[in-house]
Design a protein. Sequence first.
Length: 478
Amino acid sequence: MVKRANGHWAERIGVVVLVAVLLGGAAYGWAELRALLSGVTTSTALDGQARSGGDTNILVIGLDSRLDERGEPLPAGLYEQLHAGDQRAGGYHADVLMLLHVPADGGHPTVISIPRDDRTDLAGCPDGVCQGRIKEAYGYAFSAESHRLAAQGVTDKAVREQRSRDAGRAAEVATVRQFLGGAAVDHFVEVTLVGFFQLAEVVQPITVCLAGDTRDSYSGADFRSGQQRISAAQALAFVRQRRDPRHEFTDLDRERRQQAFLVSLAHQLKEGRVFGDPEKLGQLVSVAKQNVAVDSGLDLNALAHQAESFAGGDLTLASLPVERFEKDAKGEDVNIVDPEKIRAAAARLLGRTVPPPPAATAGPAVDVVNASGREGAAAHVLKTLPSRGYRAGHAANAKHTHHTVVRYGRGDSASAAKLVAALGGGYAVSYDGALPAGELKLVLGADFREKAAQVEPVPVAPVSPADELSGGGVPCVR
């Protein structure tokens, strides 16, 4: 059974801020923007580690901290607006991890989401911990360095904060490199929770689309089905939703939420709703100065030629595969992953040599019936079944239905439940005495969605004009 992946905020906002900065440079003029951004915090954590020439990989770290870059509390009024706790909440987990891959040949950029609760080896065993959730490398290294500096008598709070964060950044980058099979990380961008809210305030309202009605008392999410325009406060609830009383809601569902937000934001920036307004541009720069840290070698000017493609429909969004969700010894959520599949997926997305795929399994055969109303859905799902441990059967079409269901014969109820989990959870299973042993039938309804963990690129589609909210430009997520 798939268990709920709880946790703190999961906003994939660093890429949003980076896209905003890049588009701002293209629209406003790089010389002027770079002067305005001179107050952004820079870090020496990656000095000398960037490659010269070739592709560029930028790790985006979303820090679960309610403090500013100096380690000081935020204004009380801002905590009230966030509805996410005060300075005592959060911490130094890297609750957002995304790798932005920018090809040297001008090809389409790719954003790879790394689920924060993936269990893995932590590079260098920070603070003596050698294995844990990938997001924890930052916090363990931060804690160890903070205690070391205190023991040395370093009393300047701002200095100790940044040096401890540098240790956390270095540990997180090293762990991600190792996790992705040695993939290069040339630069990083770090953003805190408040940055998302303040950015959303600048660009609101934001167009999003929900596959169904949903509500969550924890985050304050309360949305109806369909496409709609939401405020900054609603956007925070949209990307922080962690549960739905009617459906299993995992970390991977949240990833799709944040990716959908990125699609909409990129289009709005391109359309000039922000950069055509000097006041809004100034507000955007202010957000970056207060809530963003970058490595000292990151040259935004070198990325300027890619800025238009970020919002022009050529940005690919993808996630890494998760096998299942579990609880660790402390009762905390953890994602179980297959290291070989992770490395193969990363290599494919980053244009590196792809290791041979895992040996084919002798799992159940699955026929797929398309009753979703979306052309080609069954054929597409069939192609993904071998990577999920199932034998591909036959594709067929049927009369439109809303609910997706996995049907099974005698002795195959466990296999049906596992297939539901592999598809992301939330679908029904039903006994069908006409099915022979070892065969399943997957009927795709209108509610079927591609599992975020499956490495299938999600192209950025343009957002419909504000007065045409019934259009299909914004991806609908649950």
